[in-house]
Design a protein around this ligand. Structure first.
Ligand code: FMN
Length: 181
């Protein structure tokens, strides 16, 4: 295997695309696209650019929902990942609809097959990583479309159709787990 050194601005090696939904300080629903996340047991970590609308609202309202979109929502993923809630109420501007979570004060995106209901526990901002805000959240509930479940209500992994985000800062794009492109 021949390898070379590269000097990319970033190296995203295939992170699941997620939509983060929340009610802002005025009680209005909004949503943003994220790829920086990981989860271990009942903990989740999300990485945001510090100036975004979503992170600055979530730091105050604390509750949020992680929605896992499938490949049919590429247009909405792109819109929510390029427009800011500073300027637009993204539920109004897309075909996305929501219901209210019963256990956290946040909207659940109806069109996404997986919902993870969370409350913020920690905010991590370090001089060494200026401009980046990481948050830790505790997972309080999980809701999954029956289409993704087997007869015993366990995950039917072959049904997953979500997107992975790859990029080096210049070349970037998605691959689907089911329908590669
Ligand atoms: C596929 C994709 C992945 C993204 N991942 C992140 C991310 O992990 N963290 C982040 O801060 N922004 C990410 N973005 C960019 C934000 O979604 C974008 O800046 C958005 O406009 C911020 O909206 P807000 O100001 O309403 O929070 C991503 C965008 C796309 C399209």
């Amino acid at each position: 295997m021949e390898k070379i050194n590269v000097n990319y601005e970033k190296m995203y090696y295939g992170f699941p695309v997620i939509l983060i939904s929340f009610f802002d300080k005025n009680g209005l629903p909004n949503v943003t696209t994220l790829s920086s996340s990981y989860s271990l047991k009942d903990m989740v970590v999300l990485g945001f650019s510090s100036k975004g609308y979503a992170i600055n609202q979530i730091k105050e309202v604390r509750d949020f929902v992680i929605n896992i979109p499938d490949s049919s929502l590429r247009k909405e993923i792109s819109f929510c990942g390029t427009k800011s809630g500073h300027e637009v109420q993204k539920f109004d501007a897309t075909k996305l609809t929501y219901s209210k979570s019963k256990i956290v004060n946040a909207p659940i995106i109806e069109e996404c097959p997986i919902t993870i209901e969370c409350t913020l526990t920690d905010v991590i901002e370090k001089d060494a990583y200026a401009g980046i805000t990481n948050i830790l959240g505790i997972i309080k509930g999980r809701i999954i479309s029956k289409e993704y479940l087997d007869d015993e209500n366990r995950l039917n992994i072959s049904k997953f159709d979500n997107l992975l985000y790859f990029g080096d800062g210049i070349n970037k794009g998605y691959r689907y787990i089911k329908n590669e492109q």
